[in-house]
Design a protein around this ligand. Structure first.
Ligand SMILES: [Zn+2]
Length: 352
């Protein structure tokens, strides 16, 4: 029997990437190349990794692999994964995959009835937070308290009054190492005085980052359960956090000829386009909510900008977003990027 026909073996046991080419053979699973590299860092006392194609396999090992497989092994190592825990996808950052693999096989967090610190409803510790008006990160004390529904941070250890106090149920967190330039970094979004506010944070190590992230997810799922008692919890657990569908640089102008193009960092989520002066601004410059009635997106150049502004190199880099009573002209930096923005914005319009 072929190893890939064993239940669950059609995708990586850890991140679900299709067609895994490696085996952690002492565990009895097939994994993708990237997860195999993480497994190797666990050491052979936890995981022994070999390529399926390149190495010799003895009959004993093959027989044991045939008797196990991803579904069977995961039913043990993932027996008690809490619903609020984020399972990695192939596209997720390395820290998400690595900590999932360490939680599963090294710390064995999900089998037996381990007490999970991030499910306790209270967490205290240090995180590095980017200054509001400068690019430096400062060490800040953070306290998460589910009973108070707050995440607070303090400038100094001895401070009694927090510098910031966020409502837990209004927080969204995104793990974005590439954007922020640190392997254990995340962006926190919340509403403050009816305005979106962003915090940029990193943790000293990956486990610490994932524990903060997971503690907030646990608290948010609890609030959702109270707010929507009749909705299935599995369904609620898919709505704990959201991710950007796309973000990047675009030039933007209004519909009037003579309006200059301005370069903006633009984010797209399932409800709106948000634009910033740069990727790390605490507050957005503006937001364009996307509905369905009267909303359109198309590749088009209706305004090539003021004579002194950025030159439109190729009209195929241009697209417009029409909202009721307004129209925005955007200019991407490549034709492919313009196509991608149009396709993704269209998906949001259709789903709203
Ligand atoms: Zn994988």
């Amino acid at each position: 029997m072929n190893l890939t026909s064993i239940p669950g073996n059609e995708k990586c046991a850890d991140c679900c990437e299709p067609d895994p080419k490696y085996s952690a053979y002492n565990l009895g699973i097939l994994i993708c190349e990237n997860c195999a590299a993480i497994h190797k860092t666990l050491g052979p006392h936890i995981s022994k990794v070999k390529s399926l194609n390149l190495e010799n396999w003895d009959d004993n090992t093959l027989n044991s692999l045939r008797s196990l497989g991803n579904t069977k092994v995961n039913s043990k190592y993932e027996e008690n994964v809490p619903l609020f825990y984020k399972r990695p996808l192939p596209s997720d950052p390395q820290v998400v995959k690595e900590q999932w693999i360490r939680a599963k096989y090294e710390r064995k967090e999900f089998f037996g009835d381990k007490k999970l610190s991030y499910a306790a409803g209270y967490k205290e510790g240090y995180l590095w937070k980017k200054g509001k008006d400068d690019k430096h990160f400062q060490k800040r004390r953070f306290i998460l308290d589910t009973t108070e529904n707050t995440l607070k941070y303090f400038r100094k250890e001895e401070d009694r009054d927090p510098k910031g106090c966020l409502r837990l149920d209004g927080i969204n967190m995104m793990i974005l190492p590439k954007k922020i330039g640190h392997p254990n970094a995340m962006q926190i979004l919340y509403e403050q005085n009816e305005q979106t506010r962003n915090l940029f944070i990193y943790a000293d190590d990956g486990q610490e980052l994932i524990e903060w992230y997971t503690a907030v997810r646990a608290a948010k799922l609890n609030r959702l359960k109270i707010a929507y008692p009749n909705v299935d919890v599995v369904n609620l657990s898919t709505k704990i956090m959201w991710e950007y569908i796309k973000e990047g640089w675009l030039s933007k102008t209004g519909p009037r000829s003579g309006d200059a193009f301005r370069r903006r960092w633009v984010t797209l989520d399932s409800k709106k386009l948000t634009y910033y002066e740069d990727p790390f601004c605490p507050y957005p410059k503006g937001e364009v909510f996307i509905g369905s009635q009267g909303f359109e997106v198309e590749k088009k150049l209706i305004n090539s900008g003021a004579s002194n502004s950025k030159e439109v190199k190729d009209p195929n880099m241009a697209f417009i977003v029409k909202v009721p009573e307004r129209c925005f002209q955007f200019l991407a930096e490549t034709v492919e990027d313009a196509d991608d923005w149009v396709e993704k914005i269209r998906t949001v319009i259709i789903s709203n």
